[in-house]
Design a protein around this ligand. Structure first.
Ligand code: NAI
Length: 678
């Protein structure tokens, strides 16, 4: 390809000898492409100029490595103050997409790498989409995760291309599809190896083949008589995961489709109106905030390129075993040691199950992950490892004596990390010659599901070791949160008063079902009683015991009694609930006269402890408290975290509630000293 090249700020236009205009997006001063306002305006201007000199075809492509367009600029999104501004923001995008869709020549989007949100909508406005079959290629419309739905024409155009079921599924889940799946549902027209992508784009541009129609069934499903029935099924499914008052976006998307599908122009107009309304909701603002918090956590540990070659895990129990298999899945060479060979056999079996779950029928990947994971009864791996993760019994004495034994065998610069959930690092480092190399890597259970890892800084932990531990957590796909070594660290400390309040309420005779419902109504993913049963009442009791001493909170008698009688929760078949096939048996008719008070008691304890952690500087900022509680406990993300919630609702208003509860239930509801300053 020779010919004219015009370089713009973000777009470079290349017109080849066949008069195809190749529009290269290379957003200035950025590693990735975003569809920010300036990028949209520049492309809009380019398309305007085409009207005097229309090319034979237009191809849109990215000049960034392994990525197409990550989506709209979310930072710009945060500047929208009212629905008029939001409407103008969306109209700008709509104007461009409509102009692109109306070009009289063939238009092709050539996708390689990440293509999300606005990037997918830009592609949908082209007549053809060709994509590389590379692993790096992922295509999706994840707007729902930010409390909105596609707003640059993506709703109507994805439904037009893929039919309502597939399109609504990707929009409602927000998941990004590998290119093969995208082809299967008709989202892209062709997938080819990367080396042939340009050729494929050129073929589509030159020959403009007739596109396959949507098919009779898909058209039928979009019919106005069927839409209400299907929409009501969709609402039912969504309501299992998200309540309308908490997450309005999926419901708005279903309404939009039900009312306006079949009329493209109308649906596009209504889409912009709907997203303009959603964009300024508290939910969208908080979800956007959570997105940025997540980005901030991901940036921890970026300062170092630390990557251990060999990880050795000691303790092949629930946590150690799962940490080891997770690391193997992430590409690390791992050895796992346990004092009990029977336990190691079970660890091996569980690891195989998790590899199968992860890789499904990809035998090669399963074998490769298994090859990376060694069962090491004798602990040979200790002397080879760059990182040793200890996950043995929660007993300071036992841990200390293990450290004494292994430290002389460890490499000089190896890191020793403990997964302790409650013991202060200072109580563990006393037996070490190099206490600076001890750090906490506190994973949560179940390891594969929980995104957070608390990086615990003891008084003596080296700063470099903190950085390296964060870099490792990040590299294995977790969100690192640096936390001061103090009882319960951050997440368990904030969660425990809330759990204990729930247990105390059961002791007062309030049905567990009512307590759990009060929490899920607030937006928690699972009620505290079911959570305690799931974690294990013995584990809850141990953590509560340590916190009770440190924070002067009494341990509820009923918790002691349950553990004493062998009722340990889900794992023993009975706890606060009885379990049938791993599911709690709940009484649907359970009733209590003051459900709001139940919710207040739960939530206020949690908020008060979060405030205390803020005052004590357990993590570096109030943002990190919110992030830790959201990613460590699942705390209602649409509320933006506990500190954000206090600020939004007003600390004075919530303070009044606290004082009322204090009158009825005592000092544990006295607002923390830092409360008023929020
Ligand atoms: P577990 O009881 O399931 O596993 C502990 C394993 O360590 C057992 O297999 C035991 O045989 C082995 N072990 C004990 N002493 C050993 C030694 N000296 N050398 C080699 N192996 C030894 O315990 P779990 O639940 O996996 O907990 C491990 C650690 O992780 C504890 O510190 C716990 O506080 C922490 N943790 C636990 C969580 C949970 O939900 N279970 C969550 C987060 C942290």
């Amino acid at each position: 390809m020779g010919a004219d090249i015009i370089n713009g700020t973000h777009w470079n236009i290349e017109r080849d000898e066949a008069d195809i205009a190749w529009l290269h997006l290379d957003m200035a001063d950025s590693k990735v492409n975003l569809l920010k306002g300036a990028v949209i305006d520049e492309l809009d201007g380019i398309l305007d100029k085409f009207s005097d000199n229309m090319p034979n075809a237009v191809v849109i492509l990215s000049d960034k490595k392994n990525s197409f367009v990550f989506g709209a600029d979310i930072q710009e999104f945060t500047t929208l103050e009212n629905s008029e501004q939001a409407q103008a923001f969306l109209d700008r995008g709509h104007k461009l997409m409509n102009k692109l869709a109306a070009l009289p020549c063939p238009t092709v989007s050539m996708v390689h790498g990440i293509c999300l949100g606005g990037g997918t909508e830009l592609s949908l406005a082209c007549k053809y989409i060709v994509a590389s079959d590379d692993k790096a290629t992922r295509i999706g419309l994840p707007e729902i995760k930010l409390g909105i739905h596609p707003g640059y024409g993506g709703t109507a155009r994805s439904i037009e291309r893929c039919g309502p079921l597939a399109a609504m599924d990707i929009m409602l889940t927000g998941r990004a599809l590998p290119s093969r799946t995208a082809k299967k549902i008709g989202l892209v027209d062709e997938i080819v190896p990367l080396r042939q992508l340009k050729h494929a784009a050129r073929c589509y541009a030159m020959t403009a083949p007739k596109r396959k129609g949507t098919g009779f069934v898909k058209r039928l499903l979009n019919h106005s008589l069927l839409r209400p029935v299907i929409a009501s099924q969709m609402r039912k499914q969504v309501s299992r995961k998200a309540k309308k008052e908490h997450y309005p976006a999926p419901y708005s998307l279903i309404d939009l489709w039900q009312k306006h599908a079949g009329n493209l122009k109308r649906m596009l107009e209504e889409e912009a109106k709907a997203v303009a309304a959603l964009a300024i909701t508290e939910t969208a603002r908080n979800l956007v905030r959570v997105f940025f918090l997540q980005e901030e956590m991901k940036s921890k540990g970026k300062q170092t390129s630390y990557k251990p070659k060999h990880v050795h895990v000691i303790g092949g129990g629930i946590m150690g075993g799962d940490i080891a298999s997770w690391c193997a899945i992430q590409g690390y060479n791992v050895s796992v040691q346990d004092q009990s060979p029977e336990r190691l056999a079970a660890t091996y079996k569980r690891a195989q199950a998790s590899f199968k779950k992860k890789y499904k029928r990809d035998r090669r990947a399963i074998v490769a992950a298994s090859d990376r994971l060694m069962m090491d009864h004798k602990g040979v791996g200790v002397s080879q490892a760059d990182l040793v993760i200890e996950a043995i019994f929660e007993d300071a004495e036992v841990k200390r004596s293990l450290y004494q034994e292994i430290e002389p065998r460890m490499k000089d610069d190896a890191i020793l990390a403990t997964n302790t959930s409650s013991i202060k690092l200072e109580d563990l480092s006393s037996s070490l010659k190099k206490p600076g190399r001890l750090v906490g890597l506190h994973f949560f259970n179940p390891v594969a599901m929980m995104p957070l890892v608390e990086i615990i800084r003891g008084n003596e932990t080296d700063e470099t070791v903190m950085q390296q531990a964060s870099a490792f957590a990040r590299d294995i796909g977790k969100l690192p949160l640096p936390v001061k070594s103090s009882p319960g660290f951050l997440v368990n400390r904030i969660l425990m008063p809330y759990l204990l309040e729930a247990v105390t309420m059961v002791g007062e005779g309030i049905p567990p079902e009512v307590i759990d419902k009060a929490a899920t109504d607030f937006g928690m993913p699972m009620g505290p009683i079911e959570l305690a049963d799931t974690v294990g009442l013995d584990i809850c009791k141990n953590v509560a015991h340590i916190l009770a001493q440190a924070l002067n909170t009494p341990l509820p008698e009923n918790l002691e009694a349950m553990v004493g009688s062998g009722k340990l929760g889900k794992k023993s078949g009975a706890g606060f609930y009885n379990y049938k096939k791993g599911k709690p048996v709940k009484n649907k008719n359970a009733h209590y006269g003051k459900p709001q008070e139940v919710q207040d008691r739960l939530v206020m304890r949690l908020l008060n402890e979060a405030t205390a952690c803020l005052r004590e500087g357990i993590v570096e900022s109030d943002e990190m408290i919110d992030a830790g509680v959201i990613f460590g406990t699942g705390f209602a993300p649409f509320r933006g975290g506990p500190i954000n919630y206090i600020r939004t609702e007003g600390s004075a208003e919530l303070g009044k509630k606290m004082h009322e509860l204090e009158k009825s239930f005592g000092k544990r509801f006295t607002p923390d000293a830092a409360w008023e300053g929020l």
